[in-house]
Design a protein around this ligand. Structure first.
Ligand code: ADP
Ligand code: ZN
Ligand code: ZN
Length: 739
C-alpha cells in the first residue's frame, strides 16, 4: 500500500475498461475508462456520476470494451483516480458481497459500501492510513554519512529512524520529514518495519483446568479441518467463552486469524478485556459502530493486512477482509442484534456461516438458547453439536423459578399480590429486585382476562393482531380485518384487553407501593445518551438503586451481585404474540433474565406471572430444558409450514398515506404473480402503522423453495428499481425477523 496519495489521471497509451460497483440504488455496475495500466479488481476508484463524484469499487477490468455491455468507447467517462489507501478488496470478500446481493436482493454496490468502513466510502483518499505504516533506516550511520553535516533537521530525522517510525512521528521531528522519508525510501535507505510493543504486556491470565465437557468440545474443535459448523450449546456460565479461547489459541498457533462476533460490544466490554488478558501478545482489534471513523478504518485495515490476528466485532465485522482466516466464532448466535434492520438487511450469523464455508474454516455458533434455525441445522446433521451441560464454577446454583397464575389472583396495575409481597420481603431484607417487562417486539393480541379467550382469524387459524392506532384486528397472514368485538364471544366479559396490558403504568405503581426505594427504569429510551447506561449501572452496583424496572436490555451480560429476585410481569404477551418467533425469544430472554438473579451467593428467585400456566411452554422453561422446547417448536413450525421450513420475504413500503403504500404493494404483488413457486399475501398495514409521518404497509412473500423465493425477489427488486413511484419508499427484507 502506498502512502503518498493517489495516481492522477495521466494521458497514457494504455487504456483499461472498468466495471465499477457504486453505492447507488441500482441493480447494475457502471463502465468507466481508465487511462493507465489496469488497476487490480477490488481497487477503490473515484468516478463522475451525473453531477456527483462518487467512490466505487472495481469489480471487473478488461483491456477491451466488452461488446456485451452495449456501449461505445465515446459514451464512457473516465475514472478520475485509482486510490491506494486500502489493499484492493480481496476476491473472497467481493464474492461474499455478490452472494449477499443475490440472497438479500440488494444492489451489489450498496452491499460493498456496507462492507467498507465509512472513511473508505468517501471519494477522497483516506489520509489516516499513514499511521499504519512504520519505517526504519537499514543502517543509520551509513545514512548519516550521506547527509550534509550542517543539515541538522535531516540528521535528526535520520537518527529518529533508528527505530520504526510512522510518517506522523517523522513529521513531528521535522516539518519536511515526510518528503525526505519518501526520498530515502525510494533510494533504499529506509524500509518498512514492524514496531515492537513499547509497553510490557500484562501477564497472561492462567488457563483454568477444563471441565470434562469443555475438554471434549475443545478436542473436537481442534480436530476440525476445512469447513465444519459447530453448535456449542451450553447453559449460561457453562464456560463457552473458555472453549472459544482455547480453540482461538490453537488456531493462532498455526498462524491463523480469527473472527469473533458478539451481539453488542457495548454491553460486553468484559469480553474484550478477557481476550486481552488471555492473549497479551496478540494484536486484537475491535470493530463496531461505537468506534470513531478513523479508529474503525485503522482496525479494519490492520485486519485486512493480516496484522491484527484477532478481530472482535459486531455484525458489521463479518465483512472484514482476513487473509489468514482460520476460525469464526459467533457468540450468543441466537441474538436478534445480528440482524441488520436498516438499509441492506442481513443476518450476520448467516453470512458468517456462508463465509466459513467459502473460506473452508470451522465456525462455532455458541448459545444457551440456540436459534431455531441453527437447532434445525444441528438436528438434520448439518451442524455438529457440542454440549456443555453444567455451570463451570462448582457450587453456582440455578435460580428457583415459580409460576404465579393470574387466573387465581387479580392484577393490581399488572402485579399480583404474591409478587408485591415477595418484592416487599426482598427490599426489606436489603436486597435488590428486578421487575422485568418485555415491551418491544411483540405484536399485541386481544384476550379475555376472565376466560382466556384469544382473538384468532377464522380463515387461517392465526392469532389476530390488535392495531391500536385505528383499533382494528388484522390477520397478518390473510389480511382479514374487523373491529374488536364488544365483548368476549366465549364468556361475555366486556373488558377485553391486549395481553400485557397495564405494564405502561407499572413504574408509577411501584413508586406508590415502595416510596422508600424508588424504581430505577433501565431501557433503550432512557439510555440513549452516551454514558447514561454506565451511570445507571453504577448506581445499581453501589446499591443506591435497589428496585429496578428493566426490559430485555438488562437481561444480557450484566452481573448484579445484590440481585436476588426477578419478577416477570407480562410473559403472556410473548407467549401468544402473533410473531411465530415470539416464544423462542421469550424462552431465551427468561432464561437470560433468570440468570441475573442470585449470582453471588444469595439464592436467586424468579417469579413469572401468567394466566396460561398450563401451556407446555412453562414446564420446559422451569426445567431449563431448551432442547425439549426447541424440538417441540421445530415440530410446530414444520406442521404449520413456517420458517425455517418455508422461506419468507417481506416487501415493505411507506408513504404519506396508507392508501398510496397499499396501492404500491398491490402493483408489486401483480408483478410477483408472474413468478413461479411463490405465494404473495395481501398488503396489510404494518403493526406500527405510522412512523415519522409515514404510513407503512407490508406484503409477506413465502415459498417452500428457497431458490424460487430468491429469484422472485431479485426479479421484483429489478422491476421496482426501474419503476418510478414518487413519494413511496420500499425495501425488501429476506428472512424477516419481525412479521
Ligand atoms: P458462558 O460463556 O458459557 O456463559 P463463561 O465462559 O463466561 O461461560 O464462564 C462462566 C464462568 O466460569 C467464568 O467466571 C469463567 O471464568 C468460569 N470458568 C469457565 N471455565 C472454567 C473452568 N474450566 N474452571 C473453572 N472456572 C471456569
Ligand atoms: Zn371470556
Ligand atoms: Zn387470516
Amino acid at each position: 500500500m502506498g502512502i503518498f496519495g493517489w495516481h492522477k489521471l495521466v494521458h497514457a497509451a494504455v487504456v483499461s475498461y472498468l466495471q465499477v460497483a457504486l453505492d447507488v440504488p441500482l441493480q447494475r455496475t457502471f463502465d468507466y475508462l481508465w487511462a493507465g495500466p489496469a488497476p487490480t479488481v477490488g481497487s477503490r476508484v473515484v468516478v463522475p456520476f451525473g453531477k456527483q463524484t462518487l467512490a466505487g469499487v472495481v469489480v471487473a477490468v478488461s483491456a477491451e470494451l466488452d461488446p456485451a455491455r452495449g456501449l461505445t468507447v465515446a459514451q464512457l467517462k473516465a475514472s478520475q483516480a485509482v486510490l491506494d489507501d486500502m489493499p484492493p478488496l480481496p476476491a473472497d470478500i467481493l464474492a461474499l458481497c455478490k452472494f449477499c446481493s443475490d440472497y438479500y436482493a440488494w444492489p451489489l454496490g450498496q452491499v460493498i459500501a456496507a462492507a467498507l468502513p465509512g472513511a473508505l466510502r468517501q471519494p477522497q483518499p483516506w489520509q489516516g492510513g499513514q499511521a499504519l505504516q512504520f519505517w526504519q533506516a537499514l543502517d543509520v550511520t551509513a545514512l548519516l554519512g550521506q547527509l550534509s553535516p550542517r543539515a541538522h533537521k535531516q540528521r535528526a530525522v535520520a537518527e529518529a529512524l533508528a527505530v520504526p517510525r510512522s510518517i506522523e512521528q517523522v513529521r513531528a521531528v521535522a516539518h519536511d520529514g515526510g518528503r525526505w522519508l519518501k526520498e530515502w525510501i525510494a533510494a533504499g535507505w529506509v524500509v518498512e518495519a514492524v514496531p515492537q510493543a513499547d509497553t510490557a504486556p500484562p501477564q497472561a491470565s492462567a488457563h483454568p483446568d477444563l471441565t470434562a465437557c469443555q475438554a471434549s468440545a475443545v478436542a473436537r474443535l481442534n480436530a476440525a479441518q476445512g469447513y465444519q459448523p459447530f453448535l456449542l450449546y451450553g447453559v449460561t456460565g457453562s464456560g463457552k467463552t473458555e472453549v472459544y479461547l482455547r480453540e482461538i489459541e490453537a488456531r493462532l498457533a498455526h498462524g491463523g486469524q480469527v473472527l469473533v462476533l458478539v451481539p453488542e460490544i457495548n454491553l460486553t466490554p468484559q469480553l474484550e478485556a478477557r481476550f486481552r488478558l488471555r492473549f497479551p501478545h496478540e494484536h486484537i482489534v475491535a470493530l463496531h459502530s461505537g468506534l470513531a471513523d478513523g479508529e474503525r478504518t485503522r482496525n479494519w485495515l490492520l485486519a485486512a493486512q493480516g496484522r491484527a490476528r484477532i478481530v472482535l466485532g459486531t455484525r458489521l465485522a463479518v465483512f472484514t477482509p482476513l487473509p489468514h482466516l482460520a476460525l469464526i466464532v459467533v457468540d450468543e448466535e441466537h441474538d436478534q442484534s445480528y440482524r441488520q434492520q436498516e438499509g441492506f438487511r442481513y443476518s450476520a450469523r448467516d453470512v458468517a456461516v456462508y463465509r466459513a464455508r467459502q473460506a473452508q474454516v470451522p465456525i462455532v455458533l455458541g448459545s444457551a438458547t440456540p436459534a431455531i434455525e441453527s437447532w434445525r441445522n444441528m438436528r438434520e446433521g448439518r451442524y455438529t453439536l457440542l454440549t456443555l451441560g453444567q455451570r463451570a464454577v462448582t457450587g453456582a446454583k440455578p435460580p428457583q423459578m415459580t409460576l404465579i397464575s393470574t387466573q387465581q389472583q387479580r392484577l393490581f396495575d399488572g402485579l399480583t399480590q404474591t409478587a408485591i409481597n415477595t418484592l416487599r420481603d426482598c427490599l426489606d431484607a436489603g436486597q435488590q429486585a428486578l421487575v422485568f417487562i418485555n415491551r418491544r417486539g411483540y405484536s399485541p393480541v386481544l384476550a379475555c382476562h376472565e376466560c382466556g379467550w384469544i382473538a384468532s382469524c377464522k380463515r387461517c387459524d392465526a392469532r389476530l393482531v390488535l392495531h391500536r392506532e385505528d383499533r382494528r384486528l388484522r390477520c397478518h397472514h390473510c389480511g382479514w380485518e374487523s373491529p374488536p368485538p364488544a365483548q368476549c364471544p366465549d364468556c361475555g366479559n366486556a373488558d377485553l384487553q391486549p395481553l400485557g396490558f397495564g405494564t405502561q403504568r407499572l413504574e408509577e405503581t411501584l413508586t406508590g407501593l415502595f416510596p422508600d426505594t424508588p424504581p430505577l427504569r433501565i431501557d433503550r429510551d432512557n439510555t440513549r445518551r452516551k454514558g447514561s447506561l454506565d451511570a445507571m449501572l453504577q448506581q445499581v452496583h453501589a446499591g443506591e438503586a435497589r428496585l429496578l424496572v428493566g426490559t430485555q436490555m438488562l437481561a444480557k451480560g450484566h452481573d448484579f451481585a445484590g440481585l436476588s429476585l426477578v419478577v416477570v410481569v407480562n410473559a403472556d404477551a410473548g407467549l401468544f404474540s402473533t410473531d411465530f418467533r415470539a416464544q423462542e425469544r421469550l424462552f431465551a430472554q427468561l432464561l437470560q433474565v433468570a440468570g441475573r438473579a442470585g449470582r453471588a451467593g444469595l439464592p436467586g428467585r424468579v417469579l413469572i406471572q401468567t394466566r396460561y400456566h398450563d401451556d407446555p411452554f412453562y414446564p420446559q422453561l422451569m426445567s431449563g430444558d431448551y432442547a425439549a422446547f426447541a424440538d417441540r417448536v421445530l415440530q410446530e413450525r414444520k406442521a404449520n409450514d413456517l420458517p425455517p421450513y418455508s422461506a419468507w420475504a417481506m416487501l415493505r413500503a411507506e408513504s404519506k398515506t396508507l392508501m398510496r403504500a397499499v396501492t404500491y404493494l398491490r402493483e408489486a404483488v401483480q408483478l410477483l404473480r408472474t413468478q413461479p413457486g411463490i405465494h404473495a399475501g395481501a398488503p396489510i398495514p404494518a403493526l406500527m402503522m405510522r412512523k415519522a409521518n409515514q404510513e407503512r404497509a407490508q406484503v409477506l412473500v413465502s415459498s417452500s423453495s428457497r431458490p424460487a423465493l430468491q429469484s422472485a425477489m431479485r426479479f421484483l427488486m429489478g422491476e421496482l428499481l426501474q419503476k418510478k413511484a414518487p413519494g413511496v419508499r420500499w425495501y425488501i427484507d429476506i428472512d424477516p425477523s419481525e412479521a
